[in-house]
Design a protein around this ligand. Sequence first.
Ligand code: GLY
Length: 253
Amino acid sequence: MFKRAIVRKPSKNFQDGITKSNLGKPIYNKALKQHSNYVKVLDNCGLEIIKLNADDRFPDSTFVEDTAIVNEEFAIITNIGTLSRKGEEVEIKQVLEMFYDNIESIKKPGTVDGGDVLKVENCYYIGLSKRTNKEGARQLIEVLRKYGYSYVTIPLTNVLHLKSGVSYIGDNNLIAAGEFIDNLNFIGYNIIKVKENEKYAANSVKINNYVLIPKGFEKLKESILSLGYKIIEIEMSEFRKLDGGLSCLSLRF
Ligand code: GLY
């Protein structure tokens, strides 16, 4: 069970964040409303919410998930693989120090984005992407081995982050889109296939008794409901415009 989450309000220059989506500029006030609703949902899932102030130095800083990898035992501060986001991790580290004695860090030339790291029970899947390089993965693996976790690395082809295309919702169920549907690394899981026109929703997240999915993706919603899960849908339109998924908006531990 997760007990708490760190979130950060979108900054005033949020619309200058990195994107390849071609969905237009996000509308700031709408993003604030959607973020505040997201926080309410986390609260309803039983989490204590640690709310950080907006940081106008970093347009992408609301996507806190990229700054760290956290579980019950340790936190790893990442080194985000894109220049405009370097420094976002500093305040996150200060907050995590209140909760963890064991804090590790990825150091340059290693880079890792938290969005490339998917925990499935005791195994971590690590996407090798434009943001997460081999040296970053090597350092991450060193920490995982120290704590007794297994790991698998997966080179990415079409997605920004590993978790842009695959999510784990417990009980052996993986939600997968595109290049991950037939990926040999995921043989043995029950794959909930996401259709091409719903691929944004492959980034969903299970928090305690609920699966949180982006609003408006009916086929995926039906598939998850048919497995007996309880779902909460969240409007994500403004974050999607910046290639941000639902999991990106929080660090849960
Ligand atoms: N806009 C989110 C990212 O590129 O990191």
